[in-house]
Design a protein around this ligand. Structure first.
Ligand SMILES: [Zn+2]
Ligand SMILES: [Zn+2]
Length: 183
């Protein structure tokens, strides 16, 4: 009699455990199907592909999910969209930098004149003859004044002019010392 009772309670426990496990696996199965459906929808607009991926996970469950992970499109539609936006912005920036402002035709960065409409694109540095943008006031390579009126920047080896008074006193001395060293 006590053995029978023990058997009955054991059977009950096993039944409960099996029911809970079954419910868990059914919930897991439904969750994977739902997750796959949402994931494939964020990755493709192709309805056939969406149905195929969802069916794959519905029929094969977790092994199907592994296959889906291997075969799914690597990027979501949102990521693809963002990438295309960034690419477009980059292209536009390149075009702005290498296009004639007048006729919008392509121009190489070292063009001085537009070959299509003869618009002046750059000016040559009077010092080192490198092409400079029209809006630059000084040559970035040698410091020459590119615009009339702009002060020529001091060369790298010379002392920076502090002011009209400090300049006059300091420079001849420095020059005298360098010339005496050379001779
Ligand atoms: Zn042009
Ligand atoms: Zn220059």
């Amino acid at each position: 009699m006590p053995i029978e009772e023990i058997l009955i309670t054991a059977e009950r426990i096993v039944r409960i455990v099996v029911t809970v496990l079954a419910a868990y696996f059914v919930a897991l199965w439904i969750a994977t199907i739902w997750w796959t459906f949402r994931d494939i929808r964020s990755r493709t607009n192709d309805i056939l592909l969406q149905i195929a991926a969802t069916l794959l996970v519905t029929v094969f469950s977790l092994p199907g999910l592994v296959i889906y992970f291997i075969l799914r499109p690597p990027r979501t539609l949102a990521e693809l969209y963002e990438e295309s936006l960034a690419e477009e912005a980059m292209l536009q920036e390149i075009q702005v930098h290498t296009a004639c402002p007048q006729c919008k035709q392509h121009a190489e960065p070292d063009f001085i004149f537009c070959p299509w409409c003869q618009t002046r694109l750059k000016r040559l540095c009077p010092g080192c003859e490198r092409p400079l943008l029209l809006r630059w006031r000084n040559c970035p390579y040698c410091g020459q004044a590119a615009v009339p009126g702009a002060a020529t920047l001091p060369a790298a080896e010379g002392p920076a002019p502090l002011g009209p008074g400090a300049n006059r006193g300091g420079q001849p001395l420095a020059r005298a010392s360098t010339s005496s060293r050379r001779s």
